[in-house]
Design a protein around this ligand. Structure first.
Ligand code: DC
Length: 232
């Protein structure tokens, strides 16, 4: 008889468009719950960093196979509160947020072989449960059996303001907001319209509109939902 591995706690997924506050909310909610946090976007960024560093011409990327993506050697090291991303054994953090990586990551994430190359690695992080995973396809593809699924949305301009604040622009003018909103909208379109694992709300996800919420309120909303749906 096959024995089913029992998780020690639930898996919570947070999906949504860029700038909806997924990663920061997921990280804070995980800390409060005593769970680990997986930032799956960082894995696609790591693949992009690896490709840029390899020097392979960008026009060749789409034809790469799963094994070639795997040879970039993206891995995760378990830490106290989450996971450290490694590229060929090297710890990467700030390298993943450079303009070059941000510019190319959406294209890399839309290549089926790149997504397949990261699937097993992501699923391993949820084997024991007690995980808050954020991304675009956490509730639909990576953890379809997650106990709690949240789909975060927020008004486009508000998301643009939040992104600018992250890079130190606390009172941007309308022009800057519009330019940032356009960039986010372009990425949203690419993420929602790709044929593989597009960004979409899982049927059993709870939608949470964070437009009018303070950061603390949105973290609390996720924690409350976990408590309500899992009695955790
Ligand atoms: O959340 P982020 O900005 O770090 O994500 C970077 C890119 O990776 C973004 O274009 C969407 C993509 N992504 C994805 O396709 N699937 C995920 N699970 C996470 C991110």
């Amino acid at each position: 008889m096959i024995s089913q591995h029992r998780r020690e706690g639930p898996i919570v997924t947070l999906d949504g468009p860029a700038g909806s506050g997924k990663s920061s909310t997921a990280k804070a909610a995980a800390t409060r719950l005593g769970f680990r946090h997986l930032d799956s976007g960082a894995l696609y960024r790591a693949l992009t960093f690896g490709l840029l560093r390899s020097g392979l011409a960008e026009k060749e990327w789409a034809a790469l196979g799963e094994e070639e993506f795997q040879s970039l050697n993206i891995d995760l090291e378990t830490t106290e509160h989450g996971f450290q991303v490694l590229v060929a054994g090297q710890e990467v953090d700030s390298e993943l947020r450079t303009p070059g990586v941000t510019e190319h990551v959406s294209a890399v994430a839309s290549i089926p072989a790149s997504r397949n190359s990261l699937l097993a690695l992501q699923r391993r992080t949820g084997v024991d449960g007690r995980l808050v995973a954020d991304g675009r396809d956490m509730g639909t593809v990576v953890f379809p059996d997650a106990e709690v699924k949240v789909y975060l949305i927020a008004d486009l301009k508000e998301r643009a303001r939040r992104r600018l604040k992250e890079v130190g622009e606390c009172s941007p003018d309308n022009f800057k907001i519009a330019r940032q909103a356009k960039a986010l909208d372009t990425r949203d379109r690419s993420d929602t319209q790709r044929s593989i694992s597009p960004l979409k709300k899982a049927e059993d996800a709870v939608e949470l509109d964070t437009t009018g919420l303070e950061f603390e309120e949105q973290v609390q909303a996720v924690v409350d939902l976990v408590a309500r749906l899992t009695l955790f």
